[in-house]
Design a protein around this ligand. Sequence first.
Ligand code: ATP
Length: 262
Amino acid sequence: MMTTNNGIVAGTGLAVRLEDVWFSYGEASFRFDAEFAAGRITAIMGPSGSGKSTLLNLVAGFEKPSAGKVLIGGIDVDNAPPSARPMSMVFQENNLFAHLSVEGNVGLGRSPSLKLTSADRHAVAEALARVGLDGKEKRLPRELSGGERQRVALARVLLRDRPVLLLDEPFASLGPALRDDMLDLVADIHAERHMTVLFVTHQPEDARRIGQGIVFVDEGRVAATGPAADFFDRSGPDAFRRYIGDRGGSVAGSQHIARKRT
Ligand SMILES: Nc1ncnc2c1ncn2[C@@H]1O[C@H](COP(=O)(O)OP(=O)(O)OP(=O)(O)O)[C@@H](O)[C@H]1O
């Protein structure tokens, strides 16, 4: 375990808890009660519009509960803006600043003003090598493929080294083989850093590949939670099986999906 210069404990996860959190967007109302165990990868699944991104945004601090608490590592983060919360977030797109090079975008993970020491620069280079982007340091985001852009975002996650990682469908626009590569990269990073990962996905294959637990969100509520293995056999909750579609004897082709060890 290591403490970074802003006092955040790196190299380990922190539990995330939503304690009877209420929130609404006009008529769309949400009430979340959920616990995400420290150091685990939890896939958040559920129908479109059920509130998965809203749940992540409440944890990140982009939205504020009208009642209830968000606790990270047992600490109420109500007054902390997103930048002060011990987490990193990767979205489906627009994770990068268009005018900054690859190394600039990653360097932001260490210093928002990009005043980087030589140790910081070394760390940036190491993170880029780790995600397979060495040699592309000077490129701008528009000179990269979609998968490469997400690799840059993951390199920044490595540099930030926060105990919680929020992933909001980060690989949804990538093809299946590339998606698997990216999921394996997330699993490898997780195996090394043990952060708590909340991973929103519509893909049962992806949830099964790296998810250790599942939180199933339906109509603004957490409708079911449990180990991924239970969700992907016939004993899974009915509403979840209806959502992903029961495919004759196995759920979501579970017999055929290689699970990445985490
Ligand atoms: N900024 C916003 N302003 C108003 N309503 C919003 C806003 N963001 C989301 N909503 C509404 O809140 C509900 C939940 O949206 P959310 O994005 O959390 O769902 P989701 O489960 O992540 O969906 P998807 O799987 O389609 O991404 C939807 O009805 C959506 O229209």
